[in-house]
Design a protein around this ligand. Structure first.
Ligand code: NAD
Ligand code: UGA
Length: 461
C-alpha cells in the first residue's frame, strides 16, 4: 500500500508524469486509470495517445514492470495508498461562473469514487490545476466518509510544458508540494517528498501550505502568459514604427531581472491551460470582490485575442483587402511545436476567421492534422489537409505560418515559390523563417513586429 501509487486521469499530465515516476522509482507500483477506454488501450499499445519527444522510451522501459494502465478505477483505489488526481479541469460552460470558473465536476467525481472504493487511509494529491482552496472542498467530501478512514489532501501542481514534458519532468525547475499543517498532513508531505527526492535535488523541492501551492500554479501560468501578451502588445507598436520586436526583446531580456526566456512574439498563446487558468484567476478575484485585480489579469487574455485578430486583419489588408476565394496555405495547426495538441490553438480561431472571409485553406502540420480536422469539422467551405507541404502550397496565394515547427525552416522555398500564385505572400506568425532570403526569392514577407519586406511598394526603413 505504502508503495502503491494510483493516478486518476491518463491525459497529457497523468501519462507522462506517472511514466517518469515509475521509471525513477522501480520499487513503487504505479497504476494510471482513466474512464476513457480508447485512451487506456492506446497507452497499452505501441501507438501512445499523445506525441511527446522521449515519452515512448520511458513508457517502454517501465510498462508491464511497475507501470500499468487500466480502466479499473475501483480496483486502483482499493490497492493504492497514494492517489494522484490528474483529471481535466476545463473552464465552466454553464451556470454560475460560466466562461471563467473551473468546471470541477470531473474532479469532484473522483472524490466520490475515492470514498466509495477506499478500504484504507489514503494520501490524495491534487495534480490537476485547481482554484485556490479546492483542497478544502476535497477534504470535506473525503472526511464525510462513514468508514472511519483518514484522507490527507495535498497539492502538487504540475509545471511541465507540452513538447518538452519528459525533459521538464526529468529536470524540473522546482517541485511544489503543499500540505496541511497538521501532523498527519506533514507525514503525508514527507512521503511525497521522498518520491521526488529519488531524482530531484532537495533545494528544488519546495514545500508550502496547500493554498500557496494551489495559487502558485495559477500565478505561474498567468505570469508566463503575461510575458507573451506584453511582448505581443509591443509587436503592434513595432509594426507601426519599424522597430524590430526581436531587437527590442533581445535588448530588454538582457536585463537579468527580466530574463530572455518566453519573450517570443507570436500570433498569441494557445494550449489547454493559459487561458483557462487566467480566467480561473479572474473569477477568483471577482469572487473575492477584487474587481481591479480581475481586470488586470483579464487584460492578458484580451491582448491575446487582439493579437490573433490583428494577424488576420493584416493578411486581409496586405492581400489587397480581399481574400475571398484565395488559397491560403496554413503551416502549422498545433498550439506550439513538438506536439499534436491543438487545444485552444490560435490556429483554430485564425482559420475560422479566414474562412468567414471565404478564403480557401490548405492546412499542413507534421503532427496535428487529425486534431485540426476535428476542430474545423463544422465549418462550411473549402478546407483541405496535407501531410506534404509542397502539395499544400500548390496554387496558393499566401502562406501563413501559425506554429513554430523547426522543420518549416528547412523546406525548399525556391520550389514552394515556383508552385504558388504570384504575387506570393508569406505571413510569418512565429518569426521562424529567413525573411531576407524569402524576400530575395520574390516573396512578399510579413513578419510579426518587424518591418515587412515586399516588392509591392517601397518603404523607407
Ligand atoms: P486531459 O484531458 O489530457 O486528461 C484528463 C483525463 O482525465 C482524461 O483522459 C479523462 O478521460 C480523465 N478523466 C476525467 N474524469 C475522470 C474520472 N472521473 N475518472 C478517471 N478518469 C477521468 O488533461 P491534461 O492536459 O492531462 O490536464 C489535466 C490537468 O492537469 C488539468 O487540470 C490541467 O490544467 C493540468 N495541467 C495540464 C498541463 C498540460 O500541459 N496539458 C500541464 C500542467 C497542468
Ligand atoms: C504551459 C506552461 O509553460 C507550463 O509550465 C504549464 O505547466 C502548462 O502551461 C500548463 O499548466 O498546462 P504549455 O501550454 O504546454 O505549457 O506550453 P508553453 O511552452 O508554455 O506555450 C504556451 C503557448 O505560448 C504556445 O502557444 C506557445 O507557442 C506560446 N508562446 C510561448 C509564445 O507565443 N511565446 C513564447 O515566448 C513562449
Amino acid at each position: 500500500m505504502d508503495k502503491s501509487i494510483l493516478c486518476i486521469g491518463a491525459g497529457y499530465v497523468g501519462g507522462p508524469t506517472m511514466a517518469v515516476i515509475a521509471d525513477k522509482c522501480p520499487d513503487y507500483k504505479v497504476t494510471v486509470v482513466d474512464i476513457n477506454k480508447k485512451r487506456i488501450e492506446a497507452w497499452n499499445s505501441d501507438n501512445l495517445p499523445i506525441y511527446e519527444p522521449g515519452l515512448d522510451e520511458v513508457v517502454k522501459r517501465a510498462r508491464g514492470r511497475n507501470l500499468f494502465f487500466s480502466t479499473d478505477v475501483a480496483k486502483g483505489i482499493k490497492e493504492s495508498g497514494i492517489i494522484f488526481v490528474s483529471v481535466n479541469t476545463p473552464t465552466k460552460t454553464f451556470g454560475a461562473g460560466a466562461g471563467k470558473a473551473s468546471d470541477l465536476q470531473y474532479w469532484e467525481k473522483t472524490a466520490r469514487d475515492i470514498i466509495e472504493h477506499s478500504q484504507s487511509d489514503k494520501i490524495v494529491i491534487e495534480k490537476s490545476t485547481l482554484p485556490v482552496r479546492a483542497a478544502e472542498a476535497m477534504s470535506r467530501i473525503l472526511q464525510s466518509n462513514t468508514k472511519g478512514l483518514n484522507f490527507d489532501v495535498l497539492s502538487n501542481p504540475e509545471f511541465l510544458a507540452e513538447g518538452t514534458a519528459i525533459s521538464d519532468l526529468d529536470n524540473p525547475d522546482r517541485i511544489l508540494i503543499g500540505a496541511m499543517r497538521t501532523e498527519s498532513g506533514q507525514k503525508a508531505l514527507k512521503r511525497i517528498v521522498d518520491i521526488y527526492a529519488r531524482w530531484v535535488s532537495p533545494e528544488k523541492i519546495k514545500t508550502t501550505n496547500v493554498w500557496s501551492s494551489e495559487l502558485s500554479k495559477l500565478v505561474s501560468n498567468a505570469m508566463l502568459a503575461q510575458r507573451i501578451s506584453s511582448v505581443n502588445s509591443i509587436s503592434a507598436i513595432c509594426e507601426k514604427t519599424d522597430a524590430d520586436i526581436e531587437e527590442v526583446t533581445g535588448a530588454v531580456g538582457m536585463d537579468s531581472r527580466i530574463g530572455a526566456k518566453f519573450l517570443r512574439a507570436s500570433i498569441g498563446f494557445g494550449g489547454s491551460c493559459f487561458k483557462k487558468d487566467i480566467l480561473n484567476l479572474v473569477y477568483l478575484c471577482e469572487y473575492y470582490n477584487l474587481p481591479e485585480v480581475a481586470a488586470y489579469w483579464e487584460g492578458v487574455v484580451n491582448i491575446n485575442e487582439y493579437q490573433e485578430k490583428r494577424f488576420v486583419k493584416k493578411i486581409i489588408e496586405k492581400m489587397f483587402n480581399t481574400i475571398s476565394d484565395k488559397k491560403i496555405a496554413i503551416f502549422g495547426f498545433a498550439f506550439k511545436a513538438d506536439t499534436g495538441d491543438t487545444r485552444e490553438s490560435p490556429a483554430i480561431y485564425i482559420c475560422r476567421w479566414l474562412m468567414e472571409e471565404r478564403a480557401r485553406l490548405m492546412i499542413h502540420d507534421p503532427k496535428a492534422l487529425e486534431n485540426a480536422k476535428i476542430d474545423l469539422k463544422d465549418i462550411q467551405g473549402n478546407i483541405e489537409y496535407f501531410e506534404d507541404p509542397y502539395e499544400a502550397v500548390k496554387g496558393a496565394h499566401a502562406i501563413a505560418v501559425l506554429t513554430d515547427w523547426k522543420n518549416f525552416k528547412s523546406y525548399d522555398y525556391e520550389k514552394i515559390y515556383s508552385l504558388m500564385e504570384k504575387p506570393s505572400f508569406i505571413f510569418d506568425g512565429r518569426n521562424i523563417l529567413d525573411h531576407k532570403k524569402l524576400y530575395s526569392m520574390g516573396f512578399n514577407v510579413f513578419p510579426l513586429g518587424k518591418p515587412e519586406q515586399t516588392h509591392l511598394s517601397e518603404r523607407i526603413i
